[in-house]
Design a protein around this ligand. Structure first.
Ligand code: MRU
Length: 392
């Protein structure tokens, strides 16, 4: 007699699901502090983990056309300020690599068009523009030194890979600075997803948390779900859970309650753009968390690379706020949750500098007054020695 746990037509999907689970468990045992890889440059093209499908599916796409990379950024296959920057750098390199231009003169206007298409994807995260400026500068350097198209192509690919590598190093340094200010024991709240998925390294806010835990801090993370796109519930909860970091998922309207009663020792979030006076744009909902943190005497920290600074604008009023589709508010995973009414979806808000206790960067910690502190950090032209991984 054959005993079947599932009807024959479901056996195949069961065995595929079971195999995927076993594979994941084996991988997690081998690598207890699992770090997600949202993007990778490979010989086949740029490979991205589709973040729209997490946490239920881990699907990768391989892109060989820069226009596809631009679409992936716009449609949130990849998201998070530093990861968007890495994607834009790789998109620019892909565009040059696959160009059919026969001379530098032909390649030049094509490269301008490639950068313009990538720049028009998402407006708030300044890392996108930082990465494109960096690729433009490298293009100018390379084309000034040679007219050999093969050398120019390889040089651009190397630069994009370097941007990715540097993001990884930057996260580690931010993590080491920030860990010093994490509580030894207790709860830490975050917002959205500022983890490995958002940077391509260990994450900024979640990098701080990771390093603190590696150094022996006993932290428990409060994760607001981050409506409407649910980066907290879908991505941060997934990343922390896979990394073995204890967490509690809460809805966004529980934030005030937990800051008042929940023994929260600190809040740490990422940033999309930091103006010269320290005003900071981050995922919608961050502002209210910062205000409630101040009201309840909980320190509120930003963890972000110096590439997130935009010292060309005096304050947060000048930060462009992306308006996303209303359907992301009226629908959840394709299911309508509201009548057919007008809905708003500003994707980011601006937290005034007065609510920010400190900003962790790869070059050190900025404290108020931010105008001076940020300028000083921006002018340090190399990464200062961050505290050692052991904590001192
Ligand atoms: O719309 P998203 O998911 O790209 O927004 C991401 C955030 O707001 C992050 O907090 C920010 O980019 C910092 S990521 C290290």
């Amino acid at each position: 007699m054959v005993l079947r746990a599932f009807p024959p037509d479901r056996e195949h999907s069961f065995s595929v699901a079971a195999f995927a689970t076993i594979k994941r468990v084996v991988r997690d045992i081998a690598n207890p502090m699992y770090v997600a890889q949202p993007i990778e440059w490979t010989d086949r093209g740029v490979v991205m983990l589709d973040q729209r499908r997490l946490p239920s599916q881990e699907i990768h796409h391989t892109y060989t056309d820069y226009r596809e990379v631009a679409k992936a950024i716009r449609s949130m296959v990849i998201r998070g300020a530093p990861a968007i920057g890495v994607a834009a750098a790789m998109g620019a390199a892909l565009g040059v690599l696959h160009s059919s231009a026969k001379s530098v003169q032909e390649l030049r206007p094509e490269f301008t068009e490639i950068c313009d298409v990538l720049a028009e994807t998402r407006p708030t995260a300044v890392d996108l523009f930082w990465a494109l400026d960096r690729m433009k500068a490298r293009f100018v350097e390379l084309t000034a030194g040679t007219s050999d198209l093969e050398k120019i192509k390889q040089g651009m690919v190397a630069e994009a890979q370097l941007v990715h590598l540097e993001k990884k190093a930057t996260d580690e340094a931010i993590g080491r600075y920030g860990a010093e200010l994490m509580p030894r024991d207790g709860r830490v709240m975050t917002q959205c997803n500022a983890g490995a998925l958002a940077t391509g390294g260990i994450g900024t806010a979640l990098g701080v948390i990771r390093v603190a835990i590696e150094q022996g801090h006993k932290l428990h993370i409060l994760v607001p779900e981050t409506r409407p796109y649910l980066q907290g519930a879908r991505l941060t909860a997934w990343e922390l859970h896979r990394g073995g970091i204890p967490l509690t998922l809460i809805t966004d309207n529980m934030v005030g309650h937990f800051l008042k009663t929940g023994g929260v020792g600190a809040v740490v979030t990422g940033a999309d753009r930091i103006a010269a006076n320290g005003d900071t744009a981050n995922k919608i909902g961050t502002y209210q968390i910062a205000v409630l943190a101040k009201e309840n005497n909980v320190p509120f920290y930003i963890a972000a690379p110096v590439s997130t600074f935009d010292l060309s604008i005096p304050d947060g009023d000048h930060i462009p706020i992306e308006q996303r589709a209303a359907s992301e508010v009226t629908h959840m995973q394709g299911v309508s949750i509201a009548p057919d009414v007008h809905a708003a979806h500003p994707a980011f808000d601006v937290t005034p500098a007065r609510y920010i206790t400190a900003i962790f960067t790869e070059r050190g910690i900025a404290r108020p007054p931010y105008s001076e502190a940020l300028r000083a950090l921006a002018n340090v032209d190399r990464v200062a020695a961050a505290p050692s991984a052991s904590g001192r």
